[in-house]
Design a protein around this ligand. Structure first.
Ligand SMILES: N[C@@H](CCC(=O)N[C@@H](CS)C(=O)NCC(=O)O)C(=O)O
Length: 228
């Protein structure tokens, strides 16, 4: 098999990070193709390689697999280690990944991923506070039940990949996720693949207007470590 994983900008593309990190952590080889997008033109361009006009998309020979969850399920059919081997840990990991895929909309909208900046956020909305409280509860449950340092046990699995963009968000916005949650964030941010993603994000000089506007609306930018 020969995979090509198509993703977008390291700095902003939270959905892209999930399968990219998972494949890196599991040592599944792939050709790494980055497509920079602009809000105005990307749909038509992205439709040429992804049926939804969105990334990530995984090309496996003549087959295209799309959506970060679809890609994860596809990889799980072909490679060991995508989900935890232990049944209880696997049930937790799959439910938590599903919850992230369909929920946490306030966190997603109010704290968009922007790896290279640090933001002093405006007053959090009640919906954002609710999302953060749920995150803390969920992460603590996983870490306590399965012993850490990852959410469902000793090794990184898809559930960590699904929450990986949140690790960057916690740092960017200084979110309080509690001591245990912060230990997971720190552990994730020091993972070699996350460090690689961060390094590549910081090297990008390209800016996308709508994402920059979102971060401006979320709070005051206090640091910007990105290359100019
Ligand atoms: N549910 C999809 C969401 C993918 C998504 O929103 N991707 C963004 C990049 S992070 C994108 O392609 N945006 C371009 C657009 O929506 O036009 C997934 O899990 O893959």
């Amino acid at each position: 098999m020969s995979y090509t994983l198509i993703t977008a900008n390291r700095n902003y593309s939270s959905w892209s990070l999930r399968p990219w990190l998972l494949m890196k952590a599991l040592h599944i080889p792939f050709e790494d193709r980055i497509e920079f997008f602009t809000a105005a033109t990307n749909y038509a361009a992205f439709r040429s390689f992804s049926p939804t006009g969105q990334v990530p998309a995984l090309v496996d020979g003549t087959r295209t697999v799309w959506d970060s969850l679809g890609i994860t399920l596809y990889l799980a059919d072909r490679h060991p280690g995508v989900w935890p081997a232990d049944e209880a840990a696997r049930a937790f990991a799959q439910c938590a990944a599903a919850e992230m895929h369909s929920g946490f909309s306030a966190l997603r909208n109010d704290c968009t991923m922007n790896v290279g900046v640090r933001v002093e956020p405006h007053m959090p909305s009640p919906a954002l506070n609710r999302d953060i409280a749920r995150l803390r509860e969920l992460w603590e449950q996983g870490l306590d039940r399965f012993g850490g340092p990852f959410l469902a046990g000793r090794v990184l699995t898809a559930v960590d990949a699904f929450y990986a963009p949140v690790a960057f968000r916690v740092r960017t916005y200084g979110l309080d996720v509690g001591q245990k949650g912060q230990a997971w964030v720190d552990h994730m941010l020091s993972h070699p693949a996350m460090l690689q993603w961060e390094e590549e994000a910081l090297a990008e000089t390209w800016r996308e207007e709508s994402h920059e506007a979102e971060i401006g609306a979320a709070g005051r930018i206090v640091e910007d470590y990105r290359a100019r």
